[in-house]
Write a protein that binds this ligand. Structure first.
Ligand code: FAD
Length: 431
């Protein structure tokens, strides 16, 4: 299977159709000069039924990707008069209010994952996506990059983009083990218990436990030693998304027991034991999750490179991180916006596309590594293990009020401008 490249200026293969890969394919599909193909391992596009929250930078990327109207139709925000609140921070032990992180104009912007994927898939023209195509290896030569699939077929294009998530198969071509050693995701030491609660049920449970019912709809974080719980609304406030975390900090390199699955169904009792002695609001939340799942949160080390010749990795394939800043999908969307702007530019063709991939890496690498690093640190801060902060509430409050500003106050369009400068395309038409 070789792409029909003759009449187009560039052919592009995308491996992986998660939130990042689909948003990227939609952005490329609007440019008639490109030949775009997306390959997804699953039999159809699919996402789990959990919530995903976006900071102002990610909402900006969604706008620039032309997906704002679809997003707004399904997105939740913090209810008035808390519109600007990203999260309120509370002591887990007694629900005591510490402070709020404010994101003016955006607040907490969140969606149900499956709804969001469906909303962006609706923009993807017929014929671009192919399913049950699990990439097992990528090779490249002077002319093409080739994806090899588990079903024995291959696909070649001018460039291949790996949007295939934390267990990426494309990554090995960019960072061959002979040169870089085995690069594998590692367990962060944190388990996340996840569940969804009908809002009315949580409001009643909060009241029954003597807590304020408004804690259901206003996004909350409950903090404690090596543990924290977060809640925010999704599905037009019908449901409350819950994630409850516990971290093993007893060793520098915590290991998952051999053969343990990353995601498991566990009992409510196990989850409740972890938060024994916590305040009424936390107890109310956990009361309502009868069948939690437990996720062993993995992340990638900061990678030395994302690009080699005709192949680039992006999204979680390049910079998978722990979810403590709600930033992973946002980075995948920023990547999509920046890369699509470069490839959609008429100045980009099969002769110089490799330089465009190199310029993308040059402008994105430091930021995405910093998001990985600070996401891990954020988990420490929330769980009273932040360096120089610990459980000192005054320091905690100061940190939580300001620590997200650099992340949120970023315009992906600035990365596009910077990459164009690297490429000498300042005067080229904009995407
Ligand atoms: P993925 O979503 O992992 O998609 C990869 C796609 O590639 C999948 O469709 C997969 O089937 C396909 N695929 C995989 N391997 C192959 C292959 N070999 N061949 C072909 N196809 C393949 N981020 C936020 O921004 N906000 C949040 O609130 C947030 N909360 C989170 C909470 C939890 C508990 C977790 C675990 C993560 C959270 N994240 C959040 C992070 C976010 O989920 C990821 O960063 C995001 O999904 C990455 O998108 P992606 O498209 O790069 O990869």
């Amino acid at each position: 299977m070789v792409s029909e490249t003759s009449e187009k200026r560039l052919s592009i293969g995308i491996i992986g159709g998660g939130i990042g890969g689909v948003a990227f394919a939609v952005a490329l599909s609007r440019e008639p000069g490109l030949d775009v193909h997306l390959f997804e391992a699953a039999a159809q596009f699919s996402e789990i039924g959990a919530g995903v929250s976006f900071g102002p930078n990610a909402v900006r990327a969604i706008q620039l990707l032309g997906l704002e109207a679809s997003y707004r139709r399904i997105a939740d925000s913090s209810p008035a008069p808390f519109e600007d609140v990203w999260f309120e921070w509370r002591r887990g032990s007694d629900d005591g209010y510490l402070t709020a992180s404010l994101a003016p104009g955006v607040g907490q912007s969140s969606v149900h994952r499956a709804d969001f994927l469906q909303a962006i898939v609706a923009h993807l023209p017929e014929g671009i996506a192919r399913f049950s195509k699990r990439c097992v290896e990528v090779t490249q030569d002077g002319e093409h990059a080739t994806a090899h699939f588990a079903d024995g077929t291959t696909f070649s294009a001018d460039i291949l983009i790996g949007y295939d998530g934390i267990k990426s198969a494309v990554r090995a071509n960019v960072l061959p083990a002979e040169e870089y050693g085995e690069i594998a995701p590692f367990w962060s030491g944190t388990y996340a218990y996840r569940g969804m609660i009908p809002t009315a049920q949580l409001e009643e449970a909060l009241e029954a436990r003597g807590a304020d019912r408004r804690l259901a709809l206003v996004p909350q974080m409950y903090l404690g030693h090596d543990r924290h719980i977060l809640t925010f609304p999704v599905k037009q406030s019908e449901l409350i998304n819950v994630v409850a975390f516990i971290t093993d900090r007893s060793t520098a390199n915590p290991q998952l027991p051999d053969g343990e699955e990353w995601v498991q169904a566990v009992t409510q009792e196990e989850m409740r034991e972890v938060f024994e002695g916590w305040g009424g609001a936390s107890q109310a939340i956990l009361d309502c999750i009868a069948e939690p799942t437990r996720w062993a949160l993995h992340e990638l080390p900061e990678l030395p490179r994302y690009h080699r010749d005709r192949v680039l990795i992006v999204g979680d394939a390049a910079h998978a991180l722990v979810p403590h800043q709600g930033a992973g999908a946002g980075q995948a969307l920023e990547d999509a916006q920046v890369l699509a702007s470069l490839l959609n530019d008429e100045a980009c063709d099969r002769q110089n596309a490799q330089r465009a991939l190199a310029a993308f890496e040059e402008v994105r690498h430091a930021r995405t590594c910093r998001v990985q690093r600070t996401s891990h640190e954020a988990g420490n801060v929330y769980e009273y293990a932040g360096e120089g902060i610990g459980d000192d509430e005054a320091k905690l409050i100061e940190n939580l009020e300001t620590r997200f500003e650099w992340l949120w106050n970023h315009d992906p369009q600035d990365d596009v401008v910077a990459a164009r400068r690297v490429l000498g395309w300042e005067r080229a038409s904009s995407a």
